[in-house]
Design a protein around this ligand. Structure first.
Ligand code: GRF
Length: 219
């Protein structure tokens, strides 16, 4: 089967990008990362892409007079890569405009919370402040509303009494690095589909996101 062309959008460290790069080096992985786009020129993820010899492009909000012009330029940069799949990996801008419809069912995001809980920023601090017993991360299809697209895959862990924002971040990110490549693989293999009535996995509706726990993932 032809490998899926994958575009990855980043803003920062790119540890999820690295997990995808590592996964895509496996011969059995059904996709190739054909380009990385960052809205931050100093994003460390760009160095990770350079090391892996992946084409890179920076599209900065400040280069454009209006948000609309930026949205258009971002879409053009993505379109140029002719991706089958668009992966948001720590991309810190809300993706909006025509790009959302154009890549509907082909664009994924990962958000460090058990959505629908804790959309937006500072999820770790909010989880600790609320003394939640559990926290985790969600891969979801991207829709026009922030962190609200149909969820696909969640990894959940038990919050420890001595967890801090730093420790929780590290533990959740370790889960992200396993589940994000997993979800991208499902999408590339067409096992995962966004249909009119919601998310389907393996030709069956997935009314709740697929859930995994650390013990299932050996992290
Ligand atoms: C991840 O934790 C992801 O959940 C969130 O942003 C973070 C990006 O981290 N959307 P990295 O740049 O992949 O290291």
């Amino acid at each position: 089967m032809k490998k899926a062309r994958i575009a990855v959008l980043i803003s920062g460290g790119g540890s999820n990008l690295q997990a995808l790069i590592d996964a895509s080096r496996e011969r059995s992985f059904p996709g190739d990362i054909v380009g990385v786009i960052s809205d931050q020129p100093a994003a460390y993820g760009l160095e990770r892409a350079a090391r892996a010899d992946i084409p890179r492009q920076v599209v900065q909000r400040q280069q454009f007079a209006t948000r609309r012009a930026f949205d258009q330029a971002l879409m053009e940069a993505v379109d140029q890569l002719r991706p089958d799949i668009v992966v948001l990996a720590g991309f810190m801008r809300i993706v909006r405009g025509d790009i959302v419809a154009r890549y509907a069912g082909r664009m994924l995001n990962i958000h460090p919370a058990l959505l629908p809980k804790y959309k937006g920023l500072d999820t770790y601090a909010r989880c600790l402040a609320a003394s939640d017993p559990a926290h985790g991360t969600t891969v979801h299809f991207v829709s026009a509303e922030l962190d609200a697209g149909p969820p696909v895959l969640q990894a959940e862990l038990t919050v420890a009494a001595d967890d801090t924002v730093a420790s929780l971040t590290a533990r959740v990110q370790a889960l992200e690095h396993v589940i994000y490549p997993m979800a991208v693989r499902w999408l590339a293999e067409r096992r995962l589909e966004l249909r009119k009535d919601g998310v389907w996995l393996d030709r069956r509706p997935l009314p709740e996101p697929f859930r995994v726990r650390p013990e299932d993932l050996s992290v």
